[in-house]
Design a protein around this ligand. Structure first.
Ligand SMILES: [Zn+2]
Length: 419
């Protein structure tokens, strides 16, 4: 693979979408059938870097599925599998010993050839909206509280920032508002390359030792930060910033945000959910939470009523069991573990042998509680383990566990062991 550092065309123009380049190397990606790694002399593709997901797009019409950077070399992973609608092109089995490779695609990107590339502009622009919004947010946090953004992640669906200190919900809301004020001011975003001496006296975020030229992205009045990613020209293009979520994280706070069109899409989805809930409850937005709270409470009280009714039926069953037997074994379809335990306790008081409750069904198996005052229940658990691969155990007076077997098989094992 070529080791020549790639010229980053996106550094100078974040808005360019098409470019020409020479292919320096094109090699199969290890452990894959249809992926190749292409190194160009220059590129518009922003690689996965600094927590941001890579650009998407095509090189000579071939899909770029990943972009990575190693020692300044940008590696484009392309997919040259034969696609369904290209059934006419013959898979090349001879040269590469691979069955699904489109040789015409491979020829287009071989080393020495010239390519034209095109990035997915919508994807890039949406990423720029998120990243520029994040800078303003982090800049305000830094100037207000002195906290650093110690973990940044920008994917297609979510942006998270981890700050080195806790920020209250009120402050988060206030910062969100201030970011949106900065957006409406439509401030020009500046990209500069200060000299080493200029950098020494410059106050900026992400001040780490970087080899070579440091790129500084400034939103005047809000943020100065070392950054390698493409940004919008003016803050107005961010559109809006919305905090989606926050939680305490590693002694600080993790805040999720969305900007621009991704924020709009999230708002559309939430509106849709609320509309559906309004339909379900035939109520207005303000009353939804009240409705859900009441429904939860009603569900809880119905559950407890059902529990009492089941307990009564169970007591009735226990009372109607014959009294002239030693062992009492019950099979119940649906019983929670507390009810099952209380049932076994009542049976143990009544019967001198073994008392057991199996809850479940033949298909899913049964959970069981077995108790006795006079018989060592561990022997019964052992028999169920040995013959039916049951799990569980306990003390001589009570064992519990589960067994994936049909009722008649369980009964046969119990008959044998209780003989
Ligand atoms: Zn950045």
């Amino acid at each position: 693979m070529s080791t020549q550092e790639t010229i980053r065309l996106y550094d100078n123009d974040a808005y360019a979408t098409e470019f020409e380049a020479a292919v320096l190397s094109c090699e199969p990606k290890a452990d894959t059938d249809n992926l190749y790694e292409v190194v160009l002399d220059q590129t518009l593709f922003f690689p996965e870097e600094g927590g941001q997901s890579p650009d998407k797009g095509v090189i000579n019409g071939i899909n770029v599925v990943d972009v990575q950077i190693k020692n300044g070399v940008i590696i484009h992973t392309v997919d040259i599998a034969v696609t369904e609608n290209e059934a006419g092109s013959e898979p090349d089995k001879t040269k590469h010993g691979k069955t699904n490779i489109d040789k015409t695609k491979l020829d287009k990107i071989s080393a020495g050839s010239h390519i034209s590339g095109k990035i997915d502009w919508q994807h890039r622009f949406y990423n720029m909206q998120q990243h520029s919004g994040e800078h303003i947010f982090s800049g305000i946090v830094h100037s207000r509280f002195g906290f650093e953004n110690v973990g940044f992640h920008l994917s297609d669906s979510v942006v998270t920032m981890d700050f080195s200190g806790v920020i209250s919900p009120e402050d988060i809301a206030d910062i969100e508002r201030e970011v949106n004020v900065a957006i409406t001011k439509n401030i020009p975003v500046e990209v500069t390359y200060p000299s080493k001496t200029e950098l020494e006296s410059l106050e900026y975020r992400s001040k780490i030792e970087i080899e070579g030229q440091v790129r500084i992205v400034t939103v005047p009045g809000y943020d100065v930060c070392a950054c390698c990613a493409p940004h919008v020209k003016r803050t107005g293009e961010i559109g809006m910033l919305k905090v989606m979520n926050y939680q305490n994280y590693k002694g600080g706070v993790r805040i999720s945000i969305l900007c621009g069109f991704r924020a709009l899409e999230a708002f559309r989805q939430k509106s849709q959910i609320i509309s559906e809930l309004m339909g379900i409850f035939t109520t207005n937005q303000e009353a939804i939470i009240d409705n859900v709270t009441k429904l939860k409470a009603l569900n809880q009280s119905l559950k407890s009523e059902l529990g009492s009714a089941k307990a009564e039926i169970l007591d009735y069953k226990i009372a109607s069991l014959p009294t002239d037997i030693d062992n009492a074994i019950l099979f119940e379809a649906d019983l929670d573990s507390n009810a099952a335990r209380s049932c076994v306790n009542k049976l143990v008081e009544k019967y001198s042998g073994v008392s057991a409750v199996f809850t479940g069904n033949d298909e899913d198996g049964y959970s069981f509680i077995i108790g006795s005052k006079n018989v060592d229940c561990n022997n019964i658990a052992a028999a169920l383990r040995n013959k039916l691969e049951a799990r569980g155990g306990g003390k001589p007076v009570m064992v519990q566990g589960s067994v994936k077997a049909a009722r008649n098989k369980i009964e046969r094992v119990l008959d044998d062991v209780l003989e």
